[in-house]
Design a protein around this ligand. Structure first.
Ligand code: GLN
Length: 463
């Protein structure tokens, strides 16, 4: 019961499977995988009732939505009317959203159902799902290991068949990296393709809702409804995504020398990537190694700009308007300070401080402005490359999942492990990560493809 388009939907439509039965199967899977700490909240009674009404709708011959019976989970940064949403943080403790995100609503309108709200790194800041007030989520391949992050639990939710699709968010790889760590498919759209209205902000010029699923057919089916223009999001683009007119038999693919020779790249991941490149060549595609010397600049540019944006975005959590308010305060000033001190976790505080630092008047030119210039150069370079090539191929993560709580893994090393994913976000490009091989250590290896802005659907053709 893994693939929605290939097997679940046909069975639902032919009457071989009821939505109510399907939902029970998923609920059973949630129960079985409880120890992995995937779900913060399961909407059990609600989804059972919704399933029953969908079954009745079909039985009566009423018209049904294109995503009839698609069971999804949502990362705890996506607003769902009347449901709690906390971004994995104490500061949004008990916050209930008064509205649904545009993206989620689009799926609900097509008769999809939400089974629950899944864990994530606090405010989507992290690569391991360890920075959550609800504790770490564990990898379904081996529960001693991290599932990746920040949408770690979305990846495990799909990996453990607790839902067909999970909506995550990707600011610098948070959909693709956990998808790779858990052996599922992860897609990050072009910036502006999916509305951010109702997505709790981390770094607004990078954030996009992304899709985790078992195959590309399911991702495409969901993307068809998610990529609609939304006047409520100023960065939403009208008539944006281009569908390929015809499938080419031979593509031009580039890969970066600096990526494949990267000193941090695990040898097994390197050889799996090179094998995939060979396969593409043998299938008649043109694959070229090209130089991309700016790869070493992507991590500093990303962490300067995203911490700057997050320090501004997170200023709104002050104990007045949303969520948690410290009870131990004497006056307004101490209420702000205590609320933020008690409400935010250490990783979020670190990023707010870093962001405030790079935006401060004395350092703005040296850090923020420089990073902005770098971003402009990266955008230009990628435009040149993608005018010449259909796709750029890269590993997703240089390393395999690490052990939960690994004391040797310092935060700089974790930041550096985003080296292959942040480029797509810096440039607003679509990127798709999919598994290519089981690894010798019991995990999975993925590769990612990037394409020109708005060429999201083209990615699925080559994949
Ligand atoms: N690991 C990256 C970070 O910590 C990416 C996070 C994300 O995409 N939300 O910022």
């Amino acid at each position: 019961m893994r693939h929605y388009i290939k097997s679940i939907k046909p069975n639902l439509l032919s009457g071989q499977l009821l939505v109510s039965e399907l939902v029970l199967q998923y609920l059973e899977q949630i129960e079985k995988s409880k120890d992995l700490n995937i779900y913060i909240e399961v909407f059990e009674e609600e989804i059972k009732a919704k399933a029953k009404s969908l079954d009745e709708k079909l039985a009566k011959g009423e018209s049904i939505g294109a995503l009839f019976g698609l069971v999804i989970s949502i990362k705890d940064v996506i607003c769902y009317e009347g449901h709690k949403v906390t971004a994995g943080s104490k500061i949004l403790d008990n916050y209930t959203s008064p509205f649904s995100s545009t993206a989620l609503q689009a799926l609900l309108d097509q008769d999809a159902l939400v089974i629950g709200r899944v864990n994530c790194d606090e405010f989507a800041m992290g690569s391991s799902n360890e920075h959550s007030v609800y504790g770490p989520t564990k990898n379904g391949f081996d529960s001693d290991f991290v599932p990746g992050g920040s949408s770690g639990a979305s990846a495990v939710a799909v990996q453990m068949s607790t839902c067909a699709v999970s909506l995550g968010s990707d600011t610098g790889g948070s959909v693709r990296q956990p998808a790779a760590f858990c052996g599922v498919h992860g897609f990050k759209p072009s910036y502006g393709a999916i509305s951010r209205y109702g997505l709790i902000a981390y770094a607004s010029s990078f954030d996009q809702i992304g899709i985790l699923a078992n195959d590309k057919e399911d991702i495409e089916a969901v993307l068809n409804f998610l990529s609609v223009y939304d006047p409520k999001d100023a960065s939403s683009v009208e008539n944006f995504l281009q569908k390929p007119e015809e499938k080419k038999s031979a593509y031009k693919i580039a890969y970066f020398k600096e990526a494949i020779t990267h000193e941090g790249l695990d040898p097994e991941i390197r050889s799996a990537t090179l094998d995939q490149i060979e396969k593409w060549k043998n299938a008649g595609h043109q694959v070229d190694e090209i130089a991309f010397s700016m790869l070493e600049n992507v991590i500093p540019a990303y962490y300067i700009m995203t911490t700057a944006e997050s320090s501004s975005n997170l200023a709104r959590y002050d104990g007045v308007k949303y969520g948690y308010r410290s009870p131990n305060s004497e006056d307004l000033q101490s209420m702000y300070i205590n609320t933020r001190t008690e409400g935010f976790g250490p990783e979020v505080k670190k990023r707010i401080m870093l962001g405030s630092f790079v935006l401060s008047s004395g350092y703005y030119d040296a850090y923020f402005l420089k990073a902005q210039k770098l971003r402009g150069l990266l955008v230009q370079q990628m435009e040149v490359i993608l005018n010449d090539y259909d796709f750029v191929a890269m590993p997703v993560s240089p390393c395999f999942p690490w052990k939960i709580g690994d004391a040797d893994k310092d935060s700089l090393e974790v930041y550096l492990s985003d080296v292959f994913t942040v480029l797509a976000n810096l440039c607003g490009l679509p990127a798709y990560a999919f598994p290519i091989k089981q690894s010798d250590n019991g995990f999975s290896i993925s590769i990612q493809l990037m394409a020109k802005k708005s060429f999201d659907y083209h990615l699925f053709d080559l994949a």
